[in-house]
Design a protein around this ligand. Structure first.
Ligand code: NAI
Length: 329
């Protein structure tokens, strides 16, 4: 029996993500939690003749979160406010930091062994917040905490195909670093199947992958950021984890993890200037993150420059998350 929960289930990402999870044969129970509208979303999804049982909760002074999370194997968190035009992901920190803190406190209390997938931005800081909370409750296991950076990977495959042609579904691009602007580093020299990006197209392609989210924010004109492509990407990552948990081997997905706690992570930490959190392609298995792969030594000089910029940005983002929790004690 696999129980999954979506926290922030009534939102722009939460609803389509819940739809995808509700129709997945890998999920037996799906619990929806939000501060608004879950009864309606739950009633709607419960009419689908899928295998998952749907349950839905509002806060009920804390009891709702407890019921949603108890017995969960995987918790996906897209709760929080999205960007409007002109905002960076860091601008969301003020509100979303507290939301992630409170929801992950619930995870620590009610389902401490669950896989936790953080979508709420700024991911570069909200994942360190989640780690600090889990540490405070003595239940932190780095192999089970993931910052979801799959949308960058999905976008990279699409945008690469837009430049060089071919089947968009086939390109696998290792995207490393973090999940905001210049901290997103696509290693285009390591795409499989390998492709040659024309030199005069490289800067624009990298920029589009780093700032692709802005295209959606601008097009939505004040009504939000990526929701449908994010739901697709979040589901893709959740599904990869659930398949690996069931014993499927050879599954590797880029994700933002706590390096010292994942096999192979310490070696990467030395290269990235001691950063504790970093996205790299991670091999997934029954207990979550089995091994971090290290694509950095093969980076080109061009990519090394991008990486150096990313390290600087990430340093500040990570400390901001850690200090937010330290300041509350
Ligand atoms: P939205 O505003 O449509 O939905 C957010 C939902 O969270 C709402 O239903 C709201 O009621 C709920 N919520 C707020 N506080 C809550 C709490 N304490 N407990 C439970 N639910 C709560 O926003 P959208 O578009 O779904 O985006 C959600 C988050 O995902 C944003 O922070 C956004 O920046 C982020 N995001 C992350 C991406 C990534 O690649 N990791 C990509 C796109 C968005």
């Amino acid at each position: 029996m696999v129980k999954a929960s979506v926290l922030g289930a009534s939102g722009g990402i939460g609803q389509p993500l819940s739809l995808l999870l509700a129709t997945s044969p890998l999920v037996d129970e799906l619990s929806l939690y939000d501060v608004v509208n879950t009864p309606g979303v739950g009633a709607d999804l419960s009419h689908i003749n899928g295998t998952a049982k749907i349950t839905a909760y509002l806060p009920e002074n804390g009891a709702g979160l407890e019921k949603a999370l108890t017995g969960c194997d995987i918790v996906v968190i897209p709760a929080g406010i999205p960007r409007k035009p002109g905002m960076t992901r860091d601008d969301l920190f003020k509100i979303n930091a507290g939301i992630v803190r409170d929801l992950v406190t619930g995870v620590a209390k009610f389902c401490p062994k669950a896989f936790v997938l953080v979508i709420s931005n700024p991911v570069n800081s909200t994942v360190p917040i989640a780690a600090e909370i889990l540490k405070q409750h003595n239940v932190f296991d780095a192999t089970r905490l993931f910052g979801v950076t799959s949308l960058d990977v999905v976008r990279a495959s699409t945008f690469v195909a837009d430049v060089v042609g071919g089947d968009r579904t086939k390109y696998r691009v290792p995207v490393v670093g973090g999940h905001s602007g210049e901290t997103i580093v696509p290693l285009l020299s390591q795409i499989t199947p390998s492709v040659d990006i024309p030199a005069d197209k490289l800067d624009a392609l990298v920029n589009r992958i780093q700032f692709g989210g802005d295209e959606v924010v601008k097009a939505k004109d004040g009504t939000g950021s990526a929701t449908l492509s994010m739901a697709y990407a979040g589901f893709r990552f959740a599904q990869a984890l659930l398949k690996a948990a069931k014993g499927e081997t050879g599954i590797v997905e880029p994700t933002y993890v706590y390096l010292p706690g994942v096999e192979g992570g310490k070696e990467i930490q030395e290269i990235v200037g001691g950063l504790e959190f970093f996205a790299v392609p991670v091999e997934l298995g029954p207990s979550g993150a089995v091994k971090a792969t290290n694509p950095l030594p093969s980076a080109t000089d061009y990519e090394k420059k991008l990486l150096n910029t990313a390290y600087e940005g990430l340093k500040g983002n990570i400390s901001k998350g850690v200090e937010f929790i330290a300041a509350q004690n």
